[in-house]
Unconditional design. Structure first.
Length: 171
């Protein structure tokens, strides 16, 4: 879809990883040592917005004739796509860090490790389920990658809204 080589893939992975790190730093410095799980639903909604922008950028993107990082970056819309990947990482860091911090704070010390382990198993199961769903969407329904970005964003909307509506004991 982007018509890039391994350099483009490396750039996008690096942008995402740096973004997650920046998101984690932002939430760490911004909360000043307090645990603020209320940030997570807002970060989920940011992921939704970024995914929708990403969708429209990708729909209008024309890959370069030769697959290289330099050719990719010269294409109109490439910088926007790179920034969307980075901002998705930032929002992901803003999303996950407060939730894990809250979980660690609220879990009783004797069972904390088991609870975190169980959360990791559940997260892994959702990743597998998401991968299987993606395979079905691409293989059976033949959707385009750009449509997948849009569906990804809209699914995050459901999660963000549910987190805002479901009663909780967040401070």
């Amino acid at each position: 879809m982007l018509g890039g080589d391994e350099g483009v893939g490396t750039l996008l992975l690096a942008m995402f990883a740096i973004g997650v790190g920046l998101g984690a730093l932002l939430v760490g410095y911004g909360s000043r040592g307090r645990i603020l799980p209320q940030i997570a639903p807002l970060a989920a909604l940011a992921i939704v917005l970024i995914s929708i922008i990403w969708h429209f950028l990708a729909v209008g993107f024309t890959p370069a004739a030769t697959p290289s990082l330099q050719a990719f970056l010269r294409q109109p819309g490439a910088l926007g796509i790179v920034l969307c990947v980075g901002f998705t990482g930032v929002a992901g860091g803003l999303y996950i860090v407060p939730l894990y911090s809250y979980l660690q704070q609220r879990a009783p010390a004797p069972t904390r490790a088991r609870i975190i382990g169980a959360l990791n198993v559940v997260s892994s199961l959702f990743m597998i389920g998401g991968a299987l769903l993606a395979m079905a969407l691409f293989g059976v329904f033949a959707i385009k990658l750009t449509t997948f970005f849009l569906l990804f964003g809209l699914s995050g909307l459901l999660i963000g809204l549910a987190a805002m509506i479901i009663p909780n004991d967040w401070p």
